[in-house]
Design a protein around this ligand. Structure first.
Ligand code: NAP
Ligand code: GDD
Length: 341
């Protein structure tokens, strides 16, 4: 029997990777897309129009339309990836962030229940390693206490618990993937990895003079999005629903990320100064290429995020394939090919 999946957030980074993965596995894929979305989705899953790929215009705030879509599609699996996913923006728009991330998740779960699809539809919730925020436990696993440090993570805390609540109250197959940072060549530039790889390439090509960043000491566990969507799918294929940390287990600072990316374009960076005065120079010419700009600092920072993916390895047989260095190389290579302005 052909399986049917419904993906919210199909126009985003993970939506792009998982739609390709599911189409390759023979699924019929339905995606929820906002009318206002600027992302190109026509060629998702291949250059040709794919007859197994269908789009539905809807906003995650629109409960009655969600109900109609789910009633029509009757999905075997829902991947809830739609989110206001940017932490910096969440400080500026906390209420909007909660509306999409927290209540959006509730609406989908309630729609499944209202339509009597509790036993048919399996549900994946994109939770986040940022739930651990200020955790003192390193690395973080499924039993590490949460300590969210921004409105985005707080909204995702509600979504995490409401997902578990529906699993326990209504015996639904619901899984939380506690996903640590994952990146790719299609990561938007308002996330630090892509901002850095694109700037390294633009500086190398003489299209940009400097890169301005915020906290260079922040540490993240960065993996490749293509590996992480495989874990999402695996969670929904198990006999029992559960929650899993998906991470590489390695952590790097933003400063490391800068060094790796600039090295990929042939530029060695030397650092001087501290805090707001820190600068990165081209080791060959002495030219200042990196400076700190306080506008990119956050009111609060998640301290040291690094996940322990042992449970996913043991129960799902999942392991990340692409390591940090390969990820940076992949992103820089892509930017070298396409960045022209
Ligand atoms: P992303 O690139 O920001 O994609 C977000 C998607 O949500 C986009 O398709 C966006 O559509 C859609 N969306 C936003 N607001 C919506 C609304 N009101 N109604 C319907 N759709 C809406 O995010 P991502 O990196 O792919 O992440 C996927 C999910 O995993 C998110 O829930 C994120 O919070 C979570 N997560 C990501 C990471 C990571 O490192 N990438 C780590 C942990 C958890 P438009 O194209 O219209 O904007
Ligand atoms: N975006 C950005 N821009 N971040 C910067 C900058 C800058 O100029 N300079 C330093 N940073 C630091 C941030 O302060 C943060 O500590 C780190 O770089 C990573 O920032 P982002 O790439 O914006 O990602 P994030 O960790 O805040 O959030 C991402 O990962 C979460 C999982 O941990 C998002 O994808 C979230 O949706 C996801 O849940």
């Amino acid at each position: 029997m052909t399986k049917v999946a419904l993906i919210t957030g199909i126009t985003g980074q993970d939506g792009t990777y998982i739609s390709k993965l599911l189409l390759d596995k023979g699924y019929v894929v339905h995606g929820i897309k906002r009318e206002s979305s600027t992302a190109r989705t026509e060629d998702k899953g291949g250059a040709q129009k794919n007859i197994n790929l269908h789009f539905h215009f809807c906003d995650i705030t629109d409960y009655s339309k969600l109900i109609r879509i789910i009633k029509e599609v009757r999905p075997d699996e829902i991947y809830n990836l739609a989110a206001q996913s940017n932490v910096q923006i969440s400080f500026d728009r906390p209420e909007y962030t909660a509306e999409i991330n927290a209540l959006g998740t509730l609406r989908l779960l309630e729609a499944i229940r209202t339509l009597g699809l509790e036993k048919k539809t399996r549900f994946f919730q994109a939770s986040t390693g940022d739930l651990f925020g200020n955790s003192l436990e390193i690395p973080q696993n499924e039993s590490t206490p949460f300590y969210p440090r921004n409105p985005y993570a707080v909204s995702k805390l509600y979504a995490y618990w409401i997902a578990i609540n529906y699993r326990e109250a209504y015996d639904m197959f619901v899984c939380n993937g506690i996903l640590f940072n994952h990146e790719s060549p299609i990561r938007p530039e308002n996330f630090v990895t892509r901002k850095i790889t694109k700037a390294a390439v633009r500086i190398k090509k003489g299209l940009q003079e400097k890169l301005y960043l915020g906290n260079l000491n922040a540490k993240r566990d960065w993996g490749f999005a293509g590996d992480y969507v495989e874990a999402m799918w695996l969670m929904l294929q198990q006999d029992e629903p559960d929650d899993y940390v998906i991470a590489t287990g390695e952590t790097h600072s933003v400063q490391d990320m800068v060094e790796f990316a600039f090295r990929e374009v042939g530029l060695e960076i030397e650092w001087e100064g501290e805090g707001l005065e820190k600068k990165g120079r081209n080791a060959a010419t002495g030219e200042i290429l990196i400076e700190v700009d306080p506008q990119f600092y956050r009111p609060l920072e998640s301290s040291l995020l690094v996940g322990n993916p042992s449970k996913a390895r043991e129960k799902l047989g999942w392991m990340p394939v692409v390591n940090f260095e390969e990820l940076v190389k992949m992103m820089v290579k892509n930017d070298l090919k396409f960045v022209e302005s």
